[in-house]
Design a protein. Structure first.
Lengths: 301, 1054
């Protein structure tokens, strides 16, 4: 695959679609959560309103260089992850910038934003931020493990690390999806998915009640706006990876919207039903329940 | 030539003359004594010169003018010349050393000394067994007298115990001689040896056997075998150190040669007995020395052990053949010179405890002397003991005597253990005070001179044995190897200011690379660059040290010399010699840290233990040859190959700190000086990886009992990576954190090698390069911070980003690279890793490695956050950026990291091609910026550009919308509606990952440390139990001797 200049506007188009979809999806999911709790929930355009408000704030403060750069890292991480992965299967237009690297690039680029964000929050000097990061990093080491195993299993299964090749191997019917050809790996990955969506029972990182929203606690105004933008992009970008690896990818935008929504809903179903884990509980939970599934999938692959 | 008989005659004449001197001429007595000893030494030396140069041939001197058996004959051949020279010189310098004691005791003492030296020479020269007995008696009586030269409270009782035991020995010897004479009809040793096979009837033969047993046991008892040696130890402890020098170097030598002559008579049947007694004594002597705290008693045990080893060597002459004298001589001369030197040195010190030797600390010359002696005794290159041990081990392995081999190495390791522990005391313990007292002694040249002569003799012997070995091994003298000479030249330049030496060192390293870079293949090139240019780069940081920095450069350059010799070695001997040199150099370097005494000791012990395993592995692989080309490791025969592999792999893994062998690393790397940590972490660890590469390239996959050893390596590597990372998470000390991180990183590299496929090896090399760059950079950055803040505890720091921005940038780039996050170079390693494991058959070990991976984020974040982010402490508000010379290399490393991230092909493309000859399948293809494997693809330039463009765009946008952001002060945060005011309570840093410890802390139980502590405790306890045998009671000692005789008697099975 080669670079052509036309890829840049195409990539920006993908970005535009995903940002808007992410905004609406986020609010919609929030509303579902509220309805489960017998509340009314936010209007569907709430995220746009927040964004405009945050960009419109006239005063803002900074705690230093890294504090300033934190949201930049965060958003770069989200956009990069989205653009390194082809969005629509079979479409040259929406293959984005995936010529730069394969699945491994996407997996490791996830940490780019996390790390930068953690550094920025660290410089704010707020202990709640540091506590949140400590919890988040601790949890992520265990939560990412089943995903890594599942990815390895899938790569072994298809003998490739190219996302496009993995998607193309799943074409030709629902039963060709990895979900059915390698169910153990998908099970492990979906458990890991729960851990990375910041929803209960794995949301002790943000823990709104005890360490007011944890790492981003000091962020406001345009910093927060950047992070909100990322919050629209990042879950979708991550789900795109899952969709491509395990659920046959998407050959058109409507399928894309549907699959992303349904995969997102997995974490919502679990989230509204279960209370919060402490960090060490969630680490043990991943190691005891999710990791063995991943190991089995590797041994059987 | 002057007849050697004058050695004896002059001594006797001088002794008589002393007695006849008139009262008013007494002041002449001491010069006469010295003159006599000097003449005797000169005579031996002239014979040695003549015999060695071939201008004279060995002579027999018939004392009564007739040939034996009718008269006593003496012989002067090469061994006799060497040994009498040794004895006479020891006598001469001890006499010099004893000046005040001898002058105080008067001429009788001098006469006794002369008689003792004469008798010792006589034992060496004579070929008559009864004459030997007479000389032995003279030695005993003289010893009894000379012990009294000491002021020690126990000198008298020690001398008395000695006389009692000696009389028992003499009686046994005399009875033995009588019966042997009866059986063979001659007293001449050579005559007896000829007569023994001709003994006709069984009765005569059996009688002779018994007679020989008595002679044998008597002479062996003179060697102070275990356990019949309590009396000797009391002498070592109580006698004047100058006499102990004679007793250890001279008397030990003479008695050994006597046993050697006696073994001629006994024939091969008695060799095993000699070996058995010798090796038991060697191991037990060293074990007993371990718990000693008294310096002279420790030296006594060490003497006992060394002589035991030489006895064991003499007993192995059936397989050693012509090399017996090369080996025994190397060990004996090393022992004699070093032990005499150490005893003399001990006389310069007031205290008798080992820790009292800290008095030497500020004096480079005595410290250098001690180092020389300790290295000689431990058999380190380039001293004779090194060559001797190499030859001995090869012969033993070649003949399948593996138990003996193991015991020799075990004993040697214990010996190195207590010697280096002692050296640690010298450099690191507080001097006990009374420094004035010491200075007085150091001013006396007649006491310092002998020590310096011993040092000179040690280095001269190193040269001579190097020459001998060079003819034996067909190679040039090790001591003359250019890198080694360069390193040693820094000993002479140590008076120069540090910056001059630093410039010389950098120039030397760069010049060496410039001169040799065409010699290396792609694989070696990477190591050569890291060892030389990389070394030069880290040395830039050393410019920050002012003053002379005594001892730093010889040690550092010795390490670098060892490393370049390692990659240039193509035979097993060269490789091993280089390995030992770099080990020793790095040990001295590590020991320089303020609190590094225990860590340096554990480093040298693990390293030497590993080195001995490597030596044993090489020896087994050589199958009797003295050395072999490294490439022919591939042709080791089937039953040995896996064992060779195992020994070598474990040996190399002591350097890479694989789990189980890692406990030395955290302390050693953390406590080392600021600019030493990057050297020993970034550079030195690679030596172990290089060894493993050589091994795996040559031997490939090996099976032992059906288990594939590379599979085992995979597991070890994965566990190393996991536990190294996990331990790093829980460190409060920044340098210890980095040290544990190194363990983890080495686990990754080892894992790549053990995968035994193309990409696995490439991954290992990516880690080699990356780890060098980022670990050197991080250690420098953290070292600089520690230097400024005065602490390495991270929770005491915080908020330093504004005060030390450059260090922050280095750490930031470093952690992104270590964590493997794109776009920096760590990602390349991860990408190759995933491709490599896809091509591998093993899957389970990967799981462990997957678990290890993300854990790195934990400790890396903690490193940067707790130091640079969070809350600044009040006492650190005036901290400045790290010194220029520490920051400069960091900035170069930052540039290197980014360059390696963008164009990894510069380094890797050639290696990738090179690896094709070993692993033809699974290579990468390099087209333009894109790197493609069988499974995936990766374009580092594109990644860098895309990430850069997105980042800059978002950043520019934020700058635009947020242009009026107002910087606020430290505590301006939303904090429970209050304003925090104490940084200590606001900086969340101590026990940062408490929840993680709750969940997985159980994995960090220090099981390995407990294991090794138990091992050393057991050894100490064994030594301590043995020590209780020696209660100072003469009757007990007599019983020991009796028990020894009885045990040997039954073992001989007469």
């Amino acid at each position: 695959m080669q670079f052509e200049w036309i890829k840049i506007p195409y990539a920006l188009l993908t970005l535009f679609i995903v940002v808007n979809y992410g905004m609406l999806l986020g609010a919609f999911i929030q509303k579902i959560g509220a309805r489960v709790g017998r509340r009314r929930g936010v209007p569907i355009w709430q995220n746009y309103a927040d964004l405009v408000k945050n960009f419109g704030l006239r005063t803002s403060i900074t705690h230093g260089v890294m504090f300033y750069l934190g949201p930049v890292f965060r958003l770069t991480g989200g956009i990069g992850l989205l653009l390194f992965v082809p969005t629509i299967y079979g479409s040259e237009m929406f293959s984005n910038l995936s010529f730069a690297g394969d699945l491994i690039l996407a997996l490791y680029f996830v940490f780019f934003g996390t790390l930068g964000m953690a550094l920025g929050a660290g410089e704010s000097g707020h202990p709640h931020a540091a506590i949140g990061i400590s919890r988040g990093l601790s949890q992520v080491t265990a939560a990412e493990l089943p995903l890594a195993l599942a990815v390895f299993s899938v790569a072994l299964q298809y003998q490739t690390l190219s996302i496009t090749d993995i998607v193309s191997a799943q074409q030709g019917g629902v039963l060709h999806w990895t979900l059915f050809t390698n169910p153990l790996a998908v099970a492990a990955a979906m458990l890991s998915f729960l851990g990375s969506m910041m929803r209960p029972p794995f949301d002790v990182v943000l823990a709104p009640q005890e360490i007011p929203i944890g790492p981003p606690t000091e962020y406001h105004s345009s910093y927060l706006a950047l992070m909100q933008t990322n919050r629209a992009i990042f879950p979708v970008a991550k789900i795109v990876v899952y969709m491509n690896l395990f659920f046959g990818g998407a050959a058109s935008w409507p399928v894309f919207f549907l699959k992303v929504f349904l995969i997102y809903m997995v974490s919502v179903f679990v989230g509204v039903a279960f209370p919060r884990f402490r960090v060490e509980q969630s680490i043990r939970w991943f190691l005891v329940w999710a990791v063995p599934l991943g190991i089995l999938s590797i041994l059987l692959a | 030539m002057t007849s050697p008989l004058y050695i004896i005659a002059v001594a006797l004449a001088a002794a008589f003359l002393l007695g006849l001197l008139r009262e008013q001429w007494r002041s002449l007595a001491y010069p006469v004594t010295l003159a006599a000893l000097a003449f005797m030494s000169w005579l031996s030396a002239s014979w040695l010169w003549a015999l060695a140069s071939g201008s004279a041939s060995p002579v027999d001197i018939y004392t009564a003018g007739t040939a034996p058996p009718f008269a006593i004959n003496l012989r002067m051949a090469l061994p006799e010349a060497v040994l009498t020279l040794l004895i006479n010189l020891t006598g001469l310098f001890s006499a010099l050393y004893l000046k005040s004691a001898l002058l105080a005791r008067g001429r009788r003492g001098m006469a006794v000394l002369l008689v003792a030296i004469m008798a010792l020479s006589g034992i060496v020269l004579t070929r008559d067994i009864f004459n030997l007995f007479v000389f032995l008696e003279l030695v005993v009586i003289a010893t009894g007298g000379l012990v009294l030269l000491s002021d020690h409270a126990h000198a008298l009782s020690a001398g008395f115990k000695y006389l009692v035991v000696s009389q028992v020995i003499s009686i046994l010897l005399l009875i033995g001689i009588i019966f042997a004479y009866h059986a063979t009809g001659t007293l001449n040793i050579d005559g007896m040896a000829e007569a023994v096979p001709g003994l006709q009837n069984a009765g005569a033969s059996q009688a002779f056997e018994l007679a020989f047993f008595l002679m044998f046991i008597a002479l062996v008892a003179e060697l102070k075998p275990f356990p019949a040696n309590g009396w000797a130890l009391d002498i070592y402890e109580a006698a004047h150190p100058a006499f102990s020098a004679i007793f250890s170097a001279g008397a030990g030598t003479a008695a050994l040669y006597a046993v050697d002559k006696l073994l001629l008579i006994g024939g091969p049947a008695w060799l095993d007995m000699a070996t058995g007694v010798g090796i038991v004594t060697f191991v037990a002597g060293n074990l007993l020395a371990l718990p000693q705290s008294n310096d002279r008693r420790l030296l006594g045990y060490s003497s006992v052990a060394q002589i035991g080893l030489i006895l064991a060597v003499l007993g192995q002459r059936d397989i050693l053949g012509e090399d017996t004298y090369f080996i025994a001589g190397g060990l004996l001369l090393s022992h004699a010179v070093a032990k005499a030197g150490l005893f003399w040195l001990s006389g310069l010190l007031a205290g008798r405890q080992l820790v009292d030797w800290a008095d030497l600390r500020e004096r480079p010359m005595p410290v250098f002397a001690f180092v020389t002696f300790a290295a000689m005794l431990s058999g380190l290159p380039p001293f004779p003991g090194f060559y001797a041990k190499w030859e001995l081990v090869h012969h033993l392995a070649g003949s399948g005597r593996l138990v003996l081999l193991a015991l020799v190495l075990f004993g040697a390791l214990i010996e190195a253990g207590y010697l280096f522990r002692w050296f640690g005391y010298i450099l690191k313990r507080e001097p006990p005070g009374e420094a004035d007292f010491c200075r007085v002694i150091f001013d006396k040249p007649h006491r310092v001179l002998p020590v310096m002569v011993a040092v000179a003799a040690g280095w001269a012997l190193a040269f001579v044995w190097g020459e001998l070995a060079s003819s034996l091994l067909g190679r040039s003298n090790l001591l003359l190897a250019l890198p080694l000479l360069f390193a040693l030249s820094f000993l002479l330049l140590d008076w120069l200011p540090a910056w001059v030496k630093n410039s010389l060192a950098i120039a030397g390293l760069v010049a060496f690379f410039a001169a040799t870079w065409t010699d290396y293949d792609a694989l070696r090139m990477i190591f050569a660059i890291i060892f030389t240019l990389g070394g030069a780069l880290t040395l830039l940081a050393s410019y920050h040290v002012h003053g002379r920095r005594v001892g730093f450069y010889p040690a550092a350059m010795l390490m670098f010399a060892g490393m370049v010799m390692l990659i240039r070695a193509d035979t097993s001997f060269d490789f091993f010699a280089a390995w030992e040199l770099l080990t020793v150099g790095s040990y001295f370097l590590i020991l320089r840290g303020k609190h590094s005494e225990p860590h340096a000791l554990s480093y040298i012990l693990f390293s030497l233990g590993g080195a001995f395993l490597i030596m044993a592995g090489f020896a087994i692989a050589a199958q009797g040859a003295p050395q072999f080309a490294l490439a022919s490791l591939a042709h080791v025969a089937a039953p040995f190959a896996p064992w060779v592999f195992l020994l070598l792999a474990i040996g190399f893994m002591t350097k890479t700190a694989a789990i189980g062998l890692h406990i030395w690393l955290p302390g050693a790397h953390a406590e080392a000086e600021t600019d030493v940590s990057p050297m020993v972490s970034g550079i030195l660890l690679k030596a172990g990886l290089y060894g493993l590469m050589v091994l795996l390239l040559a031997m490939g996959k090996q099976q032992l009992y059906g288990i594939e050893l590379t599979h085992v390596l995979l597991w070890v590597a994965a566990l190393t990576a996991l536990l190294g990372n996990l331990m790093a998470v829980f460190q409060e000390d920044a340098k210890r954190l980095l040290a544990y991180s190194s363990i983890g990183q080495m686990g990754y590299a080892l894992f790549g090698l053990a995968l035994m496929n193309h990409l696995g090896w490439l991954m290992a090399l990516v880690f080699v390069i990356n780890h060098y760059i980022y670990k050197a950079m991080l250690f420098l950055a953290v070292g600089g911070v520690a230097k400024r803040t005065g602490t390495r505890e991270m929770y005491r720091m915080g908020g330093l980003i504004r005060l030390m921005p450059l260090s922050f940038i280095a750490v930031l780039v470093g952690i992104i690279a270590v964590s493997g996050v794109p776009p920096l170079s760590g990602f390349g390693g991860r990408w190759v890793f995933y491709n490599a494991i896809l091509a591998s058959d093993y899957r389970l070990p990967m799981v462990v490695l997957f678990l290890a991976g993300p854990i790195a984020f934990l400790y890396l974040f903690r490193l940067i956050y707790t130091i640079f982010l969070g809350q600044l402490k009040d006492e650190l508000r005036r901290v400045k950026e790290a010194p220029f010379w520490i920051v400069l290399p960091q900035m170069i490393y930052v540039a290197l990291l980014i360059a390696f991230a963008v164009v990894p092909g510069l380094a890797l493309h050639r290696v990738d091609t090179y690896l094709n000859q070993f692993f033809p399948e699974g290579g990468l293809s390099w087209a333009g910026g894109e790197i493609t494997s069988n499974y995936g693809y990766w374009n580092p330039v594109a990644i860098m550009i895309i990430v850069g463009v997105i980042f800059c765009t978002v950043f520019a946008w934020l700058l635009f919308v947020n242009r009026r952001a107002q910087p606020v002060k430290q505590f301006n945060i939303v904090f429970s509606a209050e304003r925090p005011f104490r940084p200590e309570t606001t900086h969340f840093a101590w026990n940062f990952f408490a929840p993680y410890r709750k969940a997985l802390g159980f994995l960090t139980q220090p099981l390995v440390t407990i294991f090794w502590t138990t091992v050393t405790d057991l050894l100490h306890t064994a030594g301590d139990l043995g020590r209780r045998l020696y209660n100072g009671n003469g009757q007990t000692y007599a019983f020991h001797f009796l028990a020894f005789v009885v045990i040997v008697f039954f073992l001989v099975g007469l």
